[in-house]
Design a protein around this ligand. Sequence first.
Ligand code: ADP
Length: 163
Amino acid sequence: MSTLAVYPGSFDPLTNGHVDIISRGARLFDRIIVAMLVNAEKQPLFTTQERVDICRAVFKGQPNVEIDTFDGLLVDYVARRGANVIVRGLRAISDFEYEFQMALMNRRLDGGIETIFMMPAEQYTYISSRLIKEVFSLGGRVDGLVPELVEARLRDKVLARGK
Ligand code: ADP
């Protein structure tokens, strides 16, 4: 049986924490689908298409990493794709409560899907997309915390705003 995993999230923007989890997933499962939630936040910094393009560019050499979008119930999307695993990343205890609730709710909604949690390398455990956006917009450095392409796109956004 081949294992197809779905890694859902907003990825606004993709960070090295996400990249770490996706790379681990790509080694563990036959195929991993990075599924971007459409309209997750009312005002995402990057459009869905921009987030997809960034992710595709970063993983272009890896044939078992697929980038897709979804809206509505995650378990419906997972079932529609014929996947059997949901991957989530755990950074700290603070992630645990929400993730635990989501995993059990998703199990109730579809008992055939298993949620698997993975921890990133410790240097990425404190990174969140929200913190990256906040620090960058205030002029702080984020190199080493996000892919170089993301840094460049963040710069474009800030310049565009300044116009
Ligand atoms: P959401 O908006 O659903 O929190 P994110 O795009 O922020 O989506 O994150 C998607 C998943 O990746 C979540 O499981 C989140 O806990 C995990 N994640 C986010 N940042 C990191 C990180 N630095 N290390 C490991 N996992 C992370």
